[in-house]
Ligand binder design. Structure first.
Ligand SMILES: [Zn+2]
Ligand SMILES: [Zn+2]
Length: 411
């Protein structure tokens, strides 16, 4: 069948608009919109009909150009209300680009199946593809923003069934590094173990194990600046609650969910977080990143340098010789007893690059430990009842434990 044969067959089915006619040939010839394709086909067909004195076809052409399109119900003649709804919904948000999507009704989907079945055309595009594009073009014109197919900040969803527009507002991602200057603060929100967050006696009705976290010291400032509904905190690993995080700080990404503002002053945000946290934490180097940074951050196995104050019961000589053995060694660690209740019991191997003895007293010493990310430092010192091998305790044949821990470098 030629293209004109197919077009003629489609016209024979009943009233059809230029959009729906042309859309069946959307993959042929570029630079045209579907209604231009439809119009062109109708023109050629009527010229042919005149030449052939085909009064039946002329009559059909006249009839099928009027009334309601049986495929789309004249949806394409009535795009303005959709465009207005979309622009109104979008006006609540700051965004640079967007994408239009469509939830089609069952009836339209069925009509489309029938058209494809009848025409047998291989060149059609789906109705919603055309609708998304046409509404998108009009939104571009009205707002000056660009449609973005790959990474839209906002998705405008045309819900044809319920005759309304929904927005999916994608998160804004802000990268930075944090320093934790006091002990006793976890990195992220920690729901109460007893009640799971509902509030109980144990947590004093707060629903939390700890009243503050790095996450929560940052969160309100990000929410206020971006007018977002919530945030999520993604850290490149984490330090223990009682460990400090010093040096250049630990990389993190804070994700602002459903933000109304995106063009925010990160220097001002940084200052607000730092002033607001009262010396507990400090953030630096805030910058906007894409969502891909989060999985990159999570899989980052960066080296760490710790400063550990330990309690011991050994001599300087013995401690030095055990440090020499551990420097450059691979340490086998079973999941520490202290976290066994919430993590699987696995064995892992991590390298200690070097240990330096910064100072030595009769009962305490300070070690600078440079190791692979993921090493459990407390257990490296204590041996965790033989679950970490070798350890300072096993090599000095005496008890040893970390009493203060600081992270001084990540990466
Ligand atoms: Zn139509
Ligand atoms: Zn509780």
């Amino acid at each position: 069948m030629t293209i004109l044969d197919i077009a003629r067959k489609l016209l024979h089915e009943g009233t059809i608009c230029d959009h729906c006619l042309g859309r069946q040939f959307a993959k042929l010839s570029t630079g045209l919109s579907n209604d231009q394709r439809g119009k062109a086909l109708r023109t050629v067909l009527s010229m042919q009909a005149s030449a052939d004195k085909d009064s039946e076809l002329l009559e059909e052409l006249k009839k099928t150009g009027e009334g309601k399109c049986w495929v789309c119900n004249n949806l394409f003649e009535n795009l303005d209300p959709w465009v207005e709804k979309a622009v109104l919904a979008l006006s609540d948000y700051e965004y640079d680009n967007f994408l239009v999507g469509t939830k089609v009704t069952g009836l339209l989907a069925e009509n489309e199946e029938i058209v494809w079945e009848e025409s047998g055309t291989m060149f059609a595009e789906p109705l919603k593809t055309e609708l998304n594009r046409e509404v998108g073009k009009r939104i571009e014109k009205l707002t000056g923003k660009r449609a973005n197919l790959k990474k839209p900040q906002v998705v405008v969803l045309l819900d044809l069934e319920n005759n309304r527009v929904e927005l999916e507002v994608n998160s804004l991602y802000i990268y930075g590094r944090y320093r934790k200057l006091v002990r006793g603060i976890p990195q992220t929100r920690w729901p109460c173990r007893e009640c799971g967050g509902k509030g109980c006696e144990r947590c004093g009705g707060t629903g939390r194990m700890y009243q503050e976290s790095v996450d929560e010291l940052i969160r309100p400032h990000v929410m206020a600046a971006t007018l977002s509904e919530d945030t999520a905190f993604h850290g490149a690993g984490r330090e223990d609650i009682d460990a400090l995080m010093l040096g250049e700080g630990r990389p993190f990404v804070v994700e602002a969910k459903k933000p109304h503002r995106r063009h925010i002053d990160l220097n001002a945000l940084e200052a607000e977080i730092n002033i607001g946290s009262d010396g507990k934490i400090e953030v630096r180097g805030l910058k906007f990143v894409e969502s891909e940074t989060v999985p990159q951050l999570k899989s980052m196995k960066a080296d760490k340098i710790y400063r550990a104050r330990i309690e011991h019961d050994t001599t300087e000589e013995k401690l030095k010789s055990s440090i020499n053995i551990i420097s450059g060694a691979f340490i086998k660690q079973k999941t520490p007893t202290r976290v066994l209740h919430r993590r699987a019991d696995l064995e892992r191997t991590r390298k200690v690059h070097s240990i330096e003895l910064e100072s030595f007293d009769r009962n305490t010493a300070i070690l600078i430990i440079h190791c692979e990310g993921g090493l459990y430092v407390k257990e490296l010192v204590s041996g965790d009842g033989g679950r970490t091998v070798p350890s300072i305790a096993s090599l000095t044949e005496s008890e040893a434990k970390v009493i203060e821990l600081e992270v001084i470098k990540v990466g």
